[in-house]
Design a protein around this ligand. Structure first.
Ligand SMILES: *Cc1c(COP(=O)(O)O)cnc(C)c1O
Length: 722
């Protein structure tokens, strides 16, 4: 992995298809990658590769795969890397391949058509701020659920043609892969972003150099370089402090997600909020709606205050009103402890000059971050967002209630409320490709346009059960092959204890009922609930005629010792011969493994302690693929569960012993018998019926389309109307 960020080199390497290379000048020994010349006839490939639209268009994905299936796999589905690794001979071969050219022209036309549509349904630009985005593995600037939600929001905003622009961070050293040692202890392995093969473009200033902006209000000065990601029709701008204009400490600001050093974390959030606002101003993007996803970017609200005072001649109070009327805050946690709180002095030191500039008392500025329920606690980013955004929402109906209680005092003082907009998932991103095609046939090829209309989904009932089951079994095979290939690579490394491979799933069997549990490994999610009574579990897992297997995956936060201990506990159970290799812990849960698991498991287990799950979206991804959700009634599940599309269990308040026993009963009495009740063709009829029910009931209500329509109707349009 190449971690050196010599700007000159990157500049030259980055422009992978520039004129210099076109002319075939490739004899610069400083280049570590030889860059072929992309024939003019295929110039569109570069355009498609540099727009993540390809990642949610099945035909575009397929096009890249057909270029070289092996290389496609090797590059972990990164078209830029693929195009750069092809040789000149490969391109010549493609130019002679009629079928390929035909498909290329078709996909390129699709892309052009997609990009051309314009006529914003509302005329006001929405600036969307988030600390992380989960768009694709080739751009690892995410850690988990929050990022994938933000990624799905941008994709859906693009599909719906909402006038949105995104602001986020480039984390050059941001991604931590999980490695489990033979003792079951989690270790981290950092991945540095290879900027030259990431789907990013430099934002260029008038002199042809990468745009570099000074972050307002920070002294000594901190500079940010600006990158752009094309998410369909939406531009996402990424801020990068890892440039030579900054001293080492400043370079580290954007190096990694959510640093635990509180001072650096504060600087990170100032750069995101204040610097992000400055980038938009600098680019001349005149937005009128500010949408903050979580509290991390809330300092953008301060910068917005200044902007209105300076540009619209408002006094401070008027400006506060204006900021409130045009800003939206989405909160994602029901845990007060999960909010960022800084010492007043620390925040004050950065905003003293700012307050003076606005002609207000620093104390008045800082008071926006004071929680009336804990006034001495410090400056709370969530409180800042709650106070300065009139429009607020939680991410499920249940979370809305819980969040409204936690923040009751502020809501009363502000005379405002938290609304509920339940999360959804971007269907084209998370749906199985074969299922998508089948939906084209059964629901009509326009179904995607009406995806949030429950009526069109009734026809899912007509899908042949043989198709459903074969699709599902194929996905299960694919998942297990992926897991076993991971094991093979580890084994080939030469230093692995065979026991580790056993714990990581080499003995898994596609015919066996498979439970998946994959999410962040942390106490409140109770990953080890199903291990509560190992004797009982052994009976369930090792039932000779109706066995059950469980696949666990998920990372613990590096600082979360109890989370790491849970992983170790699971790993040790997985190693235990008593369980015959039917319990596995697969390392390094991320976007790629998630895509296999939410399609390939039979059951998607979720058992958080009530009411700590704000929403959860992996269960939605599973359900739309017919993977049945089995969950405690927390997050989105009270809205999603209809008695026929999965299972619900658990007590309120949560009681581990009772909950575990309910789960065992459910497995023994309902789930296992239903799965193994297979007809002479091997199809479990009752099961496939439930799969279809899950698809048709979850897809319309928990699609990103439904979610974005709610944001549009409840917030964007209300603000636009003034
Ligand atoms: C969807 C997704 C998440 C969030 O799902 P939860 O149900 O909240 O765990 C996290 N990680 C990955 C890789 C995902 O795809």
């Amino acid at each position: 992995m190449r971690g050196a960020f010599n700007q000159n080199v990157i500049l030259r390497e980055y422009n992978l298809f520039n004129d210099e290379y076109k002319a075939g000048v490739m004899n610069d020994p400083s280049l570590s990658i030889q860059i072929p010349y992309l024939p003019d006839e295929l110039a569109g490939l570069q355009e498609i590769a540099l727009n993540l639209w390809w990642s949610w268009n099945a035909r575009a994905r397929h096009l890249f795969r057909t270029i070289d299936p092996y290389l496609w796999k090797e590059t972990v589905h990164n078209p830029i890397k693929l195009l750069r690794q092809l040789t000149q001979k490969d391109y010549e071969r493609l130019l002679k391949n009629e079928d390929f050219l035909k498909e290329y022209h078709y996909v390129y036309a699709l892309f052009k058509q997609y990009m051309q549509i314009s006529a914003p349904p509302i005329g006001e630009t929405i600036a969307y701020f988030c600390a992380e985005y989960g768009l694709h593995r080739s751009l690892p600037i995410y850690s988990g659920g929050l990022g994938f939600l933000a990624g799905d929001i941008l994709k859906e905003a693009s599909d719906m043609n909402l006038p949105m622009v995104g602001i986020g961070f480039m984390y050059p050293g941001g991604y931590v892969h999980q490695v489990i040692g033979s003792d079951g202890w989690q270790k981290g392995e950092n991945e540095t972003i290879e900027k030259e093969i990431a789907p990013i473009e430099k934002v260029i200033d008038k002199d042809g150099n990468q745009l570099i902006i000074q972050v307002p209000h920070i002294t000594p000065a901190v500079y940010i370089a600006v990158w752009k990601v094309n998410v369909g029709r939406i531009s996402l701008y990424l801020l990068d402090t890892d440039i030579e204009q900054n001293d080492p400490w400043d370079r580290m600001i954007s190096y990694r997600l959510y640093t635990s050093d509180m001072h650096q974390r504060l600087r990170q959030q100032i750069v995101l909020g204040v610097g992000g606002h400055a980038v938009l101003e600098n680019l001349g993007i005149d937005f009128s709606i500010l949408h903050l996803n979580e509290g991390h970017p809330a300092f953008a609200l301060f910068e917005r205050l200044r902007f209105f005072m300076e540009n619209q001649n408002l006094n401070f109070q008027e400006s506060v009103q204006k900021v409130k009327q045009t800003s939206i805050f989405t909160t994602h946690t029901p845990l007060m402890a999960a909010t960022d709180v800084y010492q007043f002095d620390m925040v004050g030191s950065y905003f003293l000059a700012f307050a003076q500039k606005l002609g207000i008392d620093l104390h008045d500025l800082l008071s926006f971050g004071i929680d009336p329920a804990n006034p001495a606690n410090g400056f709370n980013m969530t409180v800042l967002a709650l106070k300065l955004c009139e429009y607020k929402n939680g991410v499920s109906k249940k979370h809305q209630k819980v969040a409204s209680q936690i923040w009751q005092k502020i809501l009363e003082a502000e005379n405002s409320k938290i609304e509920a907009i339940t999360n959804g998932v971007h269907l084209s991103t998370w749906l199985d490709g074969d299922l998508e095609k089948e939906l084209d046939r059964t629901l009509g090829s326009e179904w995607c346009e009406f995806q949030d209309d429950p009526d069109i989904w009734f026809k899912v009932g007509d899908i042949d059960e043989l198709f459903i089951w074969q699709m599902h079994m194929q996905n299960k095979y694919d998942m297990l092959n992926f897991i076993k290939e991971k094991c093979r690579k580890k084994w080939a490394g030469g230093t692995i204890d065979p026991m580790v491979l056993l714990a990581e799933g080499i003995l898994l069997d596609p015919e066996v009922l498979t439970i998946g549990f994959a999410r962040r490994m942390t106490e409140y999610k109770r990953p080890d609930l199903i291990l509560y009574d190992l004797h009982k579990l052994e009976q369930i897992v090792n039932n000779s005629s109706r066995p059950v297997q469980i696949i666990f995956a998920g990372k613990a936060h590096p600082a979360d010792i109890p989370g790491k201990q849970i992983i170790q506990k699971i790993f040790n159970v997985a190693k235990d011969p008593k369980f015959q290799g039917r319990i596995a812990f697969v390392e390094d849960y991320g976007e790629e493994l998630a895509k296999y698991m939410v399609k390939g498991c039979d059951i998607w287990l979720n058992n958080p302690k009530l009411p700590l799950e704000a929403c959860g979206t992996s269960g939605m991804k599973a359900s739309i693929n017919g993977v049945l959700h089995c969950s405690t009634l927390d997050g989105w599940w009270p809205e999603g569960y209809n008695g026929k599309n999965g299972w619900a269990f658990g007590t309120d308040p949560s009681d581990d012993a009772k909950d575990a026993n309910e789960l065992y009963d459910l497995l023994e009495n309902e789930i296992v018998p239903l799965y193994y009740d297979q007809n002479e063709k091997g199809i479990p009829k009752g099961w496939t019926k439930m799969m279809k029910e899950a698809i048709k009931s979850v897809a319309p209500h928990f699609s990103a389309r439904r979610m974005m329509k709610e944001y549009k109707n409840k917030f964007y349009e209300r603000i636009a109307k003034g």
